[in-house]
Design a protein around this ligand. Sequence first.
Ligand SMILES: [Zn+2]
Length: 77
Amino acid sequence: MRADNWSWKHVGGITMRLFKKKNEILDPYTVEKCSSCNKVVKRKFVEGDYVFKTSGKCTVCGTGSLMVDKIFGEPIK
Ligand SMILES: [Zn+2]
């Protein structure tokens, strides 16, 4: 009987924590900046992204390379 009461309380605690976490979910974004024309591109964060990572040639000027400028999270609405 006592063990049952304890486990129910425990399960309730986990549910509360998951619910709280769900409210704080952020959608990660990556902002890339061209080293040549300063074009800023905002896109969805992809695993492996990090600040100062070079992610390829700029599609606007064709000469500069895109570098991750910042990574941020936006709350999901
Ligand atoms: Zn460029």
